[in-house]
Ligand binder design. Sequence first.
Ligand SMILES: [Zn+2]
Length: 114
Amino acid sequence: MGAIRRSRVKTKRLSRGIDQIKADLASEKHLSQYQSTKAAEDLPGLGEFYCIECAKWFESEQNLAGHRKGQAHKRRLKELKEEAHSQEVADKVVGLGREARQSEGQGEVGMVEG
Ligand SMILES: [Zn+2]
């Protein structure tokens, strides 16, 4: 018996970060990579009705259409739009997410002038 079962890190969080969603919107590949981590039979409407901006699945086309007219969706669109307009904010958000990663690579940046 040598079967080692690696316990996978749970990725079942429903809410997807804004920067993730922006990547989804920019690249179909990115989006389908995310979607392929979900089993269609676990998803509402078998994963057919998806709102990219909100990273949410819906039961039916009607539900999705209704959602797209609703407040939550509009707020999300605004969020995405506003972020796109101020690259500074976007950089900050990305920076926050990658802080841990940065610290393992380039550490201190000195004031080197050449
Ligand atoms: Zn939406």
